[in-house]
Design a protein around this ligand. Structure first.
Ligand code: SF4
Ligand code: SF4
Length: 183
């Protein structure tokens, strides 16, 4: 795969920003690719984890935030357990997500970001995820109102999706988590 480095887009040194946010120093990466070989989502993304690290080391600029992996990383920590240098890739991805969320330019993967926000908004509101509320919020955010609507009747018939939210969660506790993590 050709590695395209688009230098000079970001005046900031992203390696330092990642270090500041996540506490992970990616300068020690050996490019052994053990992380990439074990990553469960690597076949679904355009840039594997080891390449993200390399691009960051070469100061690839903000364009790296458009990589699918930034929002598709499952935080499974497989890469971390395989890495000989103990680089916590999930923490690096979290740092990149924070940087991406602060940007106003819509990224190619912004649908993932919108899904994430729709999911979190229902958790914040009801204490647990509420499928229909999340789907409605996601459709409004993406203006894709009719996508997959033909599947609704079967999903409701088979009870794959709840019509009403679950009010059983301790909302005070959930609100506290959101308050703490938003800092
Ligand atoms: S496993 Fe660790 S050292 Fe090897 S390429 Fe991945 S991040 Fe770098
Ligand atoms: S934490 Fe993310 S990058 Fe690492 S193996 Fe899991 S999905 Fe891949």
């Amino acid at each position: 795969m050709t590695l395209v480095i688009n230098k000079g887009i970001s005046p900031n040194n992203m390696v330092n920003s990642v270090l500041e946010i996540s506490g992970v120093d990616i300068n020690c990466c050996l490019q052994c690719k053990k992380c990439t070989n074990g990553c469960p989502v690597v076949t679904m993304v355009d840039t594997p984890p080891s390449e993200i690290i390399r691009q960051l080391q070469l100061n690839a600029g903000d364009d790296i935030l458009k990589s699918d992996l930034v929002w598709m990383c499952a935080s499974c920590e497989t890469c971390f357990s395989r890495c000989p240098m103990k680089i916590d890739m999930a923490a690096v991805m979290d740092a990149l997500r924070i940087m991406d969320a602060k940007k106003t330019i819509p990224a190619r993967t912004s649908k993932v970001n919108k899904f994430n926000n729709a999911f979190l908004s229902t958790v914040k509101m009801f204490g647990r995820t509420y499928d229909i509320g999340m789907i409605a919020a996601y459709k409004i955010k993406t203006f894709n109102l009719l996508q997959d609507t033909d599947k609704f009747p079967a999903m409701i018939r088979k009870r794959k999706i709840a019509l009403f939210p679950n009010f059983g969660a301790d909302k005070k506790y959930i609100r506290r988590i959101f308050k703490k993590t938003s800092k």
